[in-house]
Design a protein around this ligand. Structure first.
Ligand code: A3P
Length: 317
């Protein structure tokens, strides 16, 4: 304990060689299976560092998701809710000049050099069973966003394609589907990730809130109100009557954020090994876009696994 990853470099290399490895999605980038979840090396190191060093405070609030489920949107909304008194002038709001991922620290990337944060919001793609123990023992609140796995899969395929360097051949949708169904994906298996949090929600409903992307897209206000209540920043009657809730929804809408310059042209984590164009996080934000990409057989295959894994669990999907 207390040793940095660098000091234990040799042990880490040995440890790494014991992990199952796959590069099916991204031939230039291996993924490792650690505690039942696939990570690239950058995030794997971050997960282990967070597990060793991160010290949660009871007031920390975690925004959790399996990638491509609406994380960017959830971050924007939670940030806007928590900081609404400070940034009451929406015309100069930080979300108009800073991409949502830069507004909220990411557990497996931003806590290798620090152990806590002053700001209450932290996001993560780590499945529940691998979260640093102090998050559970401190009783931190957890918000989880859920999305139809078919749309999350299609979104992931497009996202990783954008991240693939020029000259590297990217896999076909069919090959990607085969891997996804086997559980090999970004923080996959997708379904196990969802279930890990759903089990936590069943055990402690007061500690874990589930939001559903499709429900939010169709009718954002009730979910955003629920989110604000749950994280302890409820809207007053005066705020509601003054349209504050609607203003936050409009500020964070796909239509608004995807057109802001920083999200059209900026880069996320410039200089880091995983620098990403911000526009990769904003594709089209529609429900059922899978229909334009998946054959009925492909969709059926995903639905079958979803039914098998989620059936009877009572998930709000
Ligand atoms: P699509 O690829 O289907 O368009 P994540 O943020 O977890 O990486 O998920 C990305 C998905 O959320 C993408 O879906 C993206 O377009 C969509 N998205 C990003 N910002 C959004 C917003 N403000 N409102 C609704 N959807 C959003």
């Amino acid at each position: 304990e207390g040793q940095t990853l660098e000091k234990t470099h040799q042990n880490f290399e040995e440890f790494l060689s014991t992990l199952p490895r796959d590069c099916g999605w991204t031939p230039h980038l291996d993924r490792y299976l650690y505690q039942g979840c696939w990570y690239n090396l950058f995030f794997l190191k971050g997960v282990i560092a967070a597990q060793r060093h991160f010290k949660a405070q009871p007031t920390d609030i975690f925004l959790c998701s399996v990638p491509k489920s609406g994380t960017t949107w959830l971050k924007a909304l939670a940030f806007a809710i928590v900081t609404r008194k400070k940034y009451s002038d929406l015309s100069s709001h930080p979300l108009l000049s800073t991409m949502p991922h830069e507004c909220i620290p990411f557990l497996e990337a931003d806590f290798t050099n620090r152990t806590t944060t002053e700001f209450p919001l932290i996001s993560t793609h780590i499945p529940y069973h691998s979260l640093p123990k102090s998050i559970i023992s401190s009783g931190c609140k957890i918000v989880y966003i859920l999305r139809d796995p078919k749309d999350a899969f299609v979104s992931l395929w497009h996202f990783l394609r954008k991240l693939t360097p020029k000259g590297v051949t990217y896999i076909s949708l069919q090959e990607a589907l085969d891997l996804f169904c086997k559980g090999i994906s970004f923080n996959g298996p997708h379904w196990d990730h969802v279930i890990s949090y759903w089990k936590a929600r069943i055990e402690a409903p007061q500690r874990v809130l589930f939001l559903v992307y499709e429900k939010m897209r169709n009718d954002p206000l009730p979910s955003v109100k629920k989110l604000a209540d749950f994280i302890g920043y409820p809207f007053s009657l005066e705020e509601e009557n003054g349209g504050c809730l609607q203003k936050i929804v409009d500020l964070c809408s796909f239509e608004n954020l995807s057109n802001v310059d920083v999200n059209r042209k900026g880069k996320h984590r410039p200089g880091a090994p995983v620098a990403i164009d911000n526009n990769a996080y904003f594709r089209n934000g529609t429900i059922g876009d899978w229909r334009s990409h998946l054959t009925p057989e492909m969709a059926e295959r995903l639905d079958h696994i979803t039914k098998e894994k989620f059936g009877g669990a009572g998930l709000p999907l």
